[in-house]
Design a protein around this ligand. Structure first.
Ligand code: LLP
Length: 433
C-alpha cells in the first residue's frame, strides 16, 4: 500500500506520522483529529527556499506561504521562523498573521472584494503589498493611503489567459474568472495607466495565479512569459518600470498513488529558465520573483484521523462506513469530488479486502469523504486515516449541524503539541444571543 509521504510508516500494525503512533494520537486527543507534521512542513519550506535561491540567485526571490491553505497562529509563526513571506486574503487571515507577530512588510494582501475596513487595516499595519484586483479597490486604496499620508506598494492581479488543467472551481487564469484584470480586452493596460496620476500607491509589479492542483509545468512557464511581455509593453509604452513579478501558487500534490508531481526544485528551475530567456529577449531586467505555494507546503504534512462508527452493508448496493467527522471538517469531496487515500490506521497489517463508501455524520447524503475505498473488514471503533489533508481541510471546515471543529495537533521530532484546541459546544453558541 502506498503511504504517499516519507513521514508515514507502519509500526505494530499502526500508522505512524513523524514517528508518532496515530492510534495513540486518537486515544489522547480524541477524533476527529487533524495532525500536522511540522518537520515535513519545514523540509518542504526549505526545499522551496533553496530552489528559488538557486534559480534566481540569493535575495532575488521570495516564497510566500499562501495561508488560505491552513491558517492559525502557529502556521504564521512557522512561516516567520522559516523566513517565508505570507499571502493573506482576508482581514481574518491578516489579523491572525499580525497577532502571531508576523512581519507585515512580508505580507501580500489578496482578494477580489476587499472591504474599506480591510484596506485600511492593510495600510495602517504597513502590509508589504496589496494585490489590487479591480478599479473600485484601486481608487479606494489610493484615497485611504492619501488620507493617512502613506504610499502603498501594489501589484495588479492579471489574468494571463492560460488554461491550466484542473477543476473548474479552482481554475482562475482565464478571462472568465472573477479575479483580476484581463489582458485581451485592454483592462490591464488601462489600470496600469491609471496609476500614473495616483500618489497614494506605488505600482511595483504584477501578479497571476492560474489555478490550483496543477501538475504540468508548461502553463506556469507560459503564464510567466505572458506576464513578462506585459511588463515590457507598459515599460515601452507608459514608461512604467516594474521590478516585481508574483507568479502565484498552484503546484499539485500527491493525494493518491496515481498523482506524480515533479520535485519542487525542478519545477522552479524550469520556470526560471523561461523567465530568464524571455527577459533577455525583451531586454528587460530580471524582476524580483515571488511564488505563493499553499497546498504543496502544507497539504502532504497533514492527515485526519477518524473513528469508525456505524457500518451499513446494503446487499448488492454498497457498504457505508460512517466516521465521526465528514464534510464539516473536509468538504472537498462534496465540493470537488477530490480524491484521497484512506487507510485503516489501526489495522495496517490486515489485507484490504472490502470496498467501502466512507461517509460522514452530517444530515446530508452528499456528505462523503471518499467512495470505492478498499480496506480490511472494518469494525466500529477502528481508526481511519485520510492522508494529505493538511491543505484546505481545516481552513475550509465549518459548523454545519453545529458540529464542533476538530483540534489540530502538530508532531515534531517525535513530540506533540496542540496548535488549535477542539471546539466545544460552548464555542458553538458563544455568539448566540
Ligand atoms: N496565490 C493565490 C492568489 C491564490 O488564489 C492561491 C489559491 C494560492 C496562491 C495558493 O495556491 P495553491 O498553491 O494552494 O494551489 N479550495 C480549493 C483551492 C483553492 C485555491 C485558491 N487559491 C481546494 O480545496 O482545492
Amino acid at each position: 500500500m502506498e503511504l504517499l509521504t516519507e513521514n508515514l510508516n507502519i509500526e505494530n500494525g499502526h500508522l505512524t506520522v513523524g514517528g508518532v503512533d496515530t492510534v495513540e494520537l486518537a486515544r489522547e486527543y480524541g477524533t476527529p483529529l487533524y495532525v500536522m507534521d511540522r518537520d515535513l512542513m519545514a523540509k518542504t519550506a526549505r526545499e522551496y527556499k533553496s530552489a528559488i535561491e538557486r534559480a534566481y540567485g540569493k535575495g532575488n526571490g521570495r516564497i510566500l506561504y499562501a495561508s488560505k491553505a491552513f491558517c492559525c497562529l502557529e502556521s504564521c509563526r512557522f512561516a516567520a521562523a522559516e523566513g517565508l513571506g505570507l499571502d493573506v486574503v482576508s482581514g481574518g487571515e491578516l489579523y491572525t498573521a499580525l497577532k502571531a507577530g508576523f512581519p507585515a512588510e512580508l505580507i501580500c494582501f489578496h482578494g477580489n472584494n476587499k472591504t474599506d475596513a480591510e484596506l485600511k487595516m492593510a495600510i495602517l499595519n504597513g502590509v508589504g503589498h496589496v494585490i489590487v484586483d479591480n478599479l473600485f479597490e484601486l481608487e479606494r486604496l489610493n484615497a485611504f493611503a492619501l488620507e493617512e499620508g502613506k504610499r502603498v506598494r501594489i501589484m495588479f492581479r492579471i489574468k494571463p489567459g492560460i488554461d491550466a488543467h484542473t477543476h473548474d472551481y479552482v481554475r482562475t487564469g482565464s478571462i472568465d474568472s472573477k479575479f483580476g484584470f484581463a489582458l485581451e480586452n485592454g483592462e490591464a493596460y488601462e489600470i496600469a495607466k491609471a496609476t500614473l496620476s495616483m500618489k497614494g500607491v506605488e505600482f511595483t509589479g504584477i501578479h497571476c495565479h492560474i489555478g490550483s492542483q496543477i501538475f504540468d509545468i508548461e502553463p506556469f512557464e507560459d503564464a510567466a512569459e505572458v506576464m513578462l511581455n506585459f511588463m515590457a509593453k507598459i515599460k515601452n509604452e507608459l514608461g512604467i518600470t516594474l521590478t516585481e513579478l508574483n507568479l502565484g501558487g498552484g503546484y499539485g500534490i500527491k493525494y493518491t498513488a496515481e498523482n506524480d508531481p515533479v520535485p519542487y526544485g525542478a519545477y522552479i528551475e524550469k520556470i526560471s529558465v523561461r523567465v530568464k530567456e524571455v527577459c533577455k529577449r525583451l531586454g528587460i531586467s530580471l524582476p524580483f520573483i515571488f511564488m505563493e505555494p499553499g497546498r504543496s507546503l502544507v497539504g502532504p504534512a497533514g492527515i485526519t484521523l477518524y473513528t469508525v462508527g456505524s457500518i451499513k452493508e446494503i446487499k448488492g448496493i454498497k457498504n457505508y462506513l460512517a466516521v465521526d467527522g465528514g464534510m464539516a471538517d473536509n468538504p472537498r469531496y462534496a465540493l470537488y469530488k477530490s480524491e484521497y487515500t484512506v487507510v485503516a490506521a489501526s489495522r495496517m497489517n490486515d489485507a484490504p479486502e472490502k470496498e467501502y463508501t466512507v461517509a460522514g455524520k452530517c444530515c446530508e447524503s452528499g456528505d462523503l469523504i471518499q467512495e470505492r475505498v478498499t480496506l480490511p473488514e472494518m469494525k466500529s471503533g477502528d481508526i481511519l486515516a485520510v492522508l494529505a489533508t493538511g491543505a484546505y481541510n481545516y481552513s475550509m471546515s465549518m459548523n454545519y449541524n453545529r458540529i464542533p471543529r476538530p483540534p489540530v495537533v502538530a508532531v515534531s521530532g517525535g513530540s506533540k503539541s496542540v496548535w488549535i484546541k477542539r471546539e466545544s459546544y460552548d464555542d458553538i453558541i458563544k455568539n448566540d444571543i
